[in-house]
Write a protein that binds this ligand. Sequence first.
Ligand code: CO
Length: 134
Amino acid sequence: MIGKLNHVAIAVPDAEAAGKIYRDTLGAKITAKVAQPDHGVWTVFVELPNTKIELIEPLGDNSPIAAFLAKNPKGGMHHVCYEVEDINAACAQMKKMGATITGTGEPRIGAHGKPVVFMHPKDFSGTLIELEQV
Ligand code: CO
């Protein structure tokens, strides 16, 4: 069901500083820092030949990554995102298998303007999983 790895998201206290490390130390191509107010994060993308790394910094008072950063003040891997062709079919399959979809359990529009769901880490080896319809 899942296809390509779309991105790995790393929660960081300062996305711009984190991006500069990727650029200056690892020679990676990075994007400018962009506010994603609907998602409560700032993003900087590290663009790799086969995927991207999404550096996410909390934005606003109710950022969904605030608790994660409180536990991991220096930052850490937050989620991995796999591509799916049909998000509704993916949701139906996940529910049938007893996996827990976070939030309302229904797809919503993600940070890249495409429908996404997040699967609870308890069902996936301690890793938060994002499924994105491409
Ligand atoms: Co993501």
